[in-house]
Design a binder for this molecule. Structure first.
Ligand SMILES: [Fe+2]
Length: 512
């Protein structure tokens, strides 16, 4: 055995890597004098102590090669040896059975040393276990192939999808999860008046690629969960339906936007709606007129009944002709004065003034229970008789309460009760029947107190002659803070001219 071969064998052992070295006798690796040696690692792979059994090493390596790889490996080895230029490399991958009977993949390279004629003298090389690397490479290859196949299928599906969308007779656009347009059909190009290539890949840019406006943007609305919207363009009406579709797990969905011209539908719907609206309005007007007429009839009937009752009372109280009509007019003058000056604004705003004035006629309705003897006594009443006279207030309240018990809530009757119950109360609390004081006395009653006393003063009574307007007005004004509400007295001062006019126009006073 030559010295270099032994040195190589020792080097292989020392390196501890899968190396091999072959001495070639007469340029023939199969020559009986050819020798093969390898490092311990390769020897272990081969399952034999090849590094010590030079004769069988090469045969052992060849014997363990996978049958499918044997020919190609041997051809490559021989091609390298036989190419005297040394330009044909020995660089192969093969499967080889390991000592435990399992095939693994190896990458083997070698290089021949030659004499001057190019005859190979020896070949040395290295073997690397590339099983995992090859598996990874195979896996990568299969993955790549799979992705390419999937992309190809997706492309095909996309092409079919876009072909179908292009055939749609209405505008269709598709946006990805970033709201960039990825598809625009021919009809959409025409509607928007923008070339497809100018829209594709661009965001839904309000005003530029979107004609429905920022607030009405179909995609923005779709993101908020609204899947239908409308817009007007070029004098026509369009309905936009937006559907979302998942692009990938965890990503925002994409959108497909379909636009329908609904001008004719909208026009007929509008026409129908207008017609219906007009019919409803006509019906409402008619009903309103009927209700107004009914209310007018009821109010007229109510007023007639109230006037009749009041007349009956006044007829018995023979000395107060026209009192009820005048007090009603004085009340009106006072209320107009309040409104004009904005006094007691909140309280008056809650009134139905017609009800207040109508119910004012009933202020003395309780006199119906007072005997003619007292009612028509030609002289001043005794204290006892006056006490009886005072009961007309309670009798009036009772009468109204009896009606209220039998009817639903009725503001007319409540005004009537306030006026009846409070028209003899005094601001200083010295009145009757309850001795209410100041603002405890309902406002209607405080007003009626002024109207009632003024008319009593200017009217003829069995026990006194009529006061002049001026004298009566002075007495009323002097009653501020005692008999009467000072705020109302200020109003009275403003409207007392109207009181005088009413008195002159509406008097049936008896001669003294
Ligand atoms: Fe009275």
């Amino acid at each position: 055995m030559d010295t270099p071969f032994i040195r190589s064998a020792l080097a292989c052992k020392a390196l501890g890597v899968a190396l091999w070295d072959m001495h070639i006798a007469d340029g023939d690796p199969f020559h009986p004098d050819s020798r093969f040696t390898c490092s311990k690692e390769l020897s272990q792979l081969l399952g034999r102590h090849c590094e010590e059994d030079y004769a069988v090493g090469y045969a052992c390596w060849v014997g363990r090669l996978h049958l499918e790889d044997l020919q190609a490996t041997q051809d490559a080895f021989m091609a390298h040896l036989n190419d005297r230029t040394g330009n044909t490399p020995f660089d192969v991958e093969y499967r080889m059975m390991t000592y435990n009977g399992v095939y693994r993949a190896y990458h083997s390279t070698g290089y021949a040393l030659r004499d001057n004629d190019g005859t190979p003298l020896r070949v040395a090389g290295a073997v690397a276990d590339v099983t995992e690397k090859r598996q990874t490479r195979t896996l990568l290859y299969e993955l790549t192939a799979g992705i390419e196949r999937r992309d190809s299928l997706l492309d095909e599906q996309n092409r079919r999808f876009e072909t179908i969308l292009n055939l749609m007779p209405f505008p269709v656009r598709v946006a990805d999860s970033k709201m960039n347009w990825t598809f625009v059909n021919d009809t959409a190009q025409e509607l928007f008046g923008i070339k497809r290539e100018d829209m594709l890949g661009k965001p839904c840019d309000h005003g530029k690629f979107c004609i429905c406006g920022t607030d009405n943007c179909s995609l923005e609305r779709a993101k908020r969960g609204e899947m239908q919207t409308f817009f007007e363009h070029g004098g026509r009406s369009y309905q936009v339906d937006v559907k979302t579709f998942d692009i990938a797990e965890g990503e925002s969905p994409g959108f497909i936007e379909m636009i329908h011209d609904v001008t004719s539908v909208t026009a007929s719907a509008r026409l129908a709606a207008d017609t219906e609206k007009k019919q409803v309005e006509r019906r409402a007007d008619s009903l309103s007129a009927q209700v107004t007429e009914k209310i007018r009839e009821i109010l007229s009937l109510q007023n007639a009944m109230v006037s009749t009752v009041a007349d009956l009372v006044e007829f018995r109280d023979g000395c107060t002709g026209g009192h009820i009509a005048r007090t009603q007019l004085y009340m009106k003058a006072m209320i107009d004065g309040l409104l004009e000056r904005g006094l007691y604004r909140e309280e008056v705003a809650g009134w139905n003034i017609e009800h207040v004035l109508s119910s004012a006629q009933l202020h003395d309705v309780g006199k119906i229970v007072i005997s003619d003897t007292i009612l028509n006594k030609p002289g001043k009443l005794t204290p006892e008789e006056f006490d009886i006279m005072k009961t007309h207030v309670r009798a009036g309240i009772d009468a109204i309460n009896r009606i209220l018990d039998k009817t639903a809530e009725n503001r007319f009757l409540r005004h009537a009760r306030n006026i009846i119950g409070a028209h003899h109360e005094r601001w200083d609390g010295a009145g009757y029947p309850q001795g209410l004081k100041g603002a405890e006395i309902p406002l209607e009653g405080r007003i009626m107190a002024i109207a009632d006393v003024y008319d009593a003063l200017v009217s003829w009574r069995p026990y006194k002659g009529p006061y002049t307007h001026e004298a009566a007005a002075r007495i009323i004004e002097e009653g501020s803070l005692t008999s009467f509400d000072p705020v109302l007295i200020e109003v009275f001062k403003n409207v007392k001219g109207q009181f005088k006019k009413i008195l002159e126009d509406c008097t049936e006073r008896r001669p003294a």
